[in-house]
Ligand binder design. Sequence first.
Ligand code: SAH
Ligand code: SF4
Length: 346
Amino acid sequence: MERTIATIIHDLQQCHTISDEELILLLNKDSDALFTAADSVRKKVYGNDVYIRGLIEFTNYCRNNCYYCGLRRGNDTVIRYRLSKEDIIACCTEGYELGFRTFVLQGGEDFHYTDHDMCDIISTIRTLFPDCAITLSIGERSRASYQAYFDAGATRYLLRHETATDAHYKALHPDDMSLENRKQCLYTLKEIGFQVGAGFMVGAPGQTIENILADLRFLQELKPDMVGIGPFIHHHATPFRDMPNGSVELTFRILAIVRLMLPHVLLPVTTALSTCFEHGHIKGLCAGCNVIMPNLSPKNVRKHYNLYDNKHSSGTEAAEHLARLKREVAQAGYQIVTARGDVIKE
Ligand code: SAH
Ligand code: SF4
């Protein structure tokens, strides 16, 4: 007898394995039951708490040329900037006063900052803000570099795998990048002891439902502590300028499925999702998310960190409007907390 959506969700909620066909059924059909189940699983592990992370986009230089990204090195229309250590510390100081206890240092792959520079920045933040977590999102590096950052005091690392299918990875990146290296970096980071975040874009050009299936299966295998998933949004100065944006409905569904597959995961509502969908952060929380990452970068550089067109960095995306965000989140029945918000291990 054909199984209903309700029984499939129930099985997923009980951590039973479900087949590829059943997963595809969940991916293809909007179902309130899916969101309700994801919300209740999140509540069981993390309650109504929502963790906030202060996002500091400290460099928009990048040596890579990913076809989808506005910061790719081939885009010569970008006004490039780098923040100094002092600029970064000023962001942290402002963030700390606002209640942030995690700082996320994100940027292109910019080797202008040597390992020595990065370790100096990390250990200074560590010393000045001992009760805060430091997350890095600076791409693919060597094991020695990752180890040095960890020893300096960074404990989390976000590195989306982008797609778990080789052919699709090749369609999104030039030949000098490989899925194999990307995955290897994730396993290395895990071995070193980082809380690791993987993830992908929904609706990336060429993505099939089978690709999404492979992404979900890869997440089940890797068991990351964090998962970043947002819709693809085209950027006007990239090879994918004419490609359609990803579906927000599908993104919400995938987020809910990830919450059910990995009950303990830290799951942010991404800026891309909030950019595409008004009140995306609230709908994201209702779909099982429990992290929001407001922008702490200096206001004068925000407009230059354009991974995609119309990227939001004001409104509730901006750290300085935290009071408004807190109000909206509270109205929806959740609460923003002042805490490091480490992953709760099983
Ligand atoms: N350079 C680092 C971190 C910055 S990019 C890295 O690549 O890991 C952070 C994420 O932004 C990427 O992992 C990618 O998934 C996402 N991104 C890039 N271009 C995008 C686009 N056009 N639409 C949506 N997300 C995008
Ligand atoms: Fe660089 Fe990251 Fe953009 Fe790729 S996605 S071009 S690595 S900033």
